[in-house]
Design a protein around this ligand. Structure first.
Ligand SMILES: Cc1ncc(COP(=O)(O)O)c(C=O)c1O
Length: 438
């Protein structure tokens, strides 16, 4: 069999097995799904040998790029030493990573509980807030995404991700600061972030008046990179505190310098959260979630009882994460992400001037979104154009993501180790892809 036939066969075989042996409800990107084979830095190759510039980083997860030696070397060494211990036995990589996290996290957030996903991290956060406050009810935001367990789907404010219609009692959703489509039909900044007052209204009208927690993402990732103004976050914090709740910042997408200048997205606002959750970029693709809080809050878990996690704090995942932190600190710092983010943003702003399908450009640092619309004045969402742009970008050799309630927001978020050249190359490829769908 010649090589071309062989690779074509391999792709067909993967897609056939996917269909035959995996649940059919896996969302797959692209009209023609893309089986990836290997990666190096910001490049990935599919099983047919086609090369792509990866500007979605496996949903903002390969934070320091594919096959990064600082990560793979540590992983290799740890794999040969000890792959698993469970949380029943203290482990060096586990405690060293916890120490590293305490050095990076803002203020009094000093202690960690490691798990294996963002879902798990948010479950831990809500449990923690309930244990500390003795209250049960939680306020989340519309357009937010918290995970795929029953409880975190309940927290989620995007209908299509509340699969099966979840019924976890005591979760309420307030208006989010979606400035491009203001739920109150006002204009930022003259609105004075009036939407934040809805949090209070929701608490007073739909809860007992005492909440365990308020949870939000500083930039709503799955929701379409909806970027909360700092004043909104400050007001949300005040309201949460007034009604006895802890403030949880979900940093699963915005953590580890992604938003530029700071290690965590919430820090731009000056608010110090009571709890932070993180996952994705923490370990470059190894399954690791973390919930961080203050010592006094963590102490409250003892009232509820002791707990274990079989895979939480896995030595190999923690070793990978220590490698990630080394690269972030030495090379891909938040300041660098801010600098590269400015270049990316400037290029996207130029594309907005050129293509009327781009209604809004938003985000921070290396987390930038393009909201596509059918018409600039009506702002009617253009999900078909978004799907077409995904396919066209892939044809040009560029991987980007898609999201938003209407499926019309392009999500652009490369590894934080991107170079200026990568940014310019991505903008060039995106320009060509946009020209194709124009
Ligand atoms: C903000 C946010 N929180 C939580 C999660 C859930 O993380 P995981 O898919 O690792 O369970 C996600 C996943 O996309 C997310 O974007």
């Amino acid at each position: 069999m010649d090589i071309q036939k062989e690779v074509g066969h391999k792709k067909a075989e993967i897609l056939q097995k996917q269909k035959e042996y995996l649940f059919p409800n896996h969302l797959l990107y692209y009209t023609d799904p893309l089986p990836l084979d290997r990666g190096e830095g910001l490049k990935v190759w599919d099983v047919e040998g086609n090369e792509y510039l990866d500007f979605f980083a496996g949903i903002l997860t390969t934070s320091v790029g594919h096959n990064r030696p600082e990560v793979t070397q540590r992983v290799r060494e740890q794999t040969e030493k000890l792959i698993h211990s469970s949380t029943l036995y203290p482990n060096e990589t586990h405690v060293n990573l916890a120490e590293r996290m305490a050095q990076m996290a803002p203020g009094k957030l000093q202690v960690s509980y490691f798990t294996t996903s963002g879902t798990d991290a948010n479950e831990t956060a809500i449990f923690l807030a309930q244990a500390y406050t003795g209250q049960q009810e939680v306020v989340a935001l519309r357009h937010g995404y918290s995970g795929r367990s029953a409880m975190t789907m309940g927290l989620t404010g995007v209908g299509s991700w509340r699969v099966g219609g979840t019924h976890v009692a005591g979760i309420k959703h307030a208006l989010n600061p979606y400035c491009y489509r203001c739920p109150l039909k006002l204009k930022y900044p003259s609105c004075g972030v009036a939407c934040a007052e809805d949090i209070e209204d929701v608490i007073r009208t739909t809860t007992s008046g005492k909440i365990a927690a308020f949870i939000m993402e500083p930039i709503q990732g799955v929701g379409g990179f909806i970027t909360a103004p700092d004043e909104y976050i400050k007001r949300a914090y005040e309201i949460a505190k007034h009604y006895g709740g802890l403030f949880i910042s979900d940093e699963v997408q915005t953590g580890f310098g992604r938003t530029g200048e700071k290690w965590f997205g919430i820090e731009h606002s000056g608010v110090e959260p009571d709890i932070m959750t993180m996952a994705k970029g923490i370990a470059n693709g190894f399954p690791l979630g973390n919930t961080m809080t203050r010592k006094d809050i963590a102490e409250s878990t003892l009232k509820a009882g002791l707990t274990i996690s079989t895979f939480g704090g896995n030595p190999v995942a923690c070793a990978a994460s220590l490698g990630v932190m080394e690269v972030l600190e030495n090379e891909a710092t938040p300041d660098r992400s801010a600098f590269l983010g400015q270049q990316l943003r400037a290029g996207l702003d130029r594309l907005q001037e050129k293509y009327s399908v781009i209604g809004d450009v938003r985000g921070k640092g290396l987390m930038q979104g393009l909201e596509l619309v059918k018409d600039l004045s009506s702002k009617e969402p253009a999900p078909k154009a978004a799907s077409a742009l995904m396919d066209a970008a892939k044809q040009e050799g560029l991987l980007i993501g898609k999201g938003g309630l209407y499926g019309n927001v392009m999500r652009i978020a490369p590894a934080l180790t991107a170079t200026e050249e990568d940014i310019h190359m991505a903008l060039d490829l995106l320009d060509k892809a946009l020209a194709k769908i124009d």
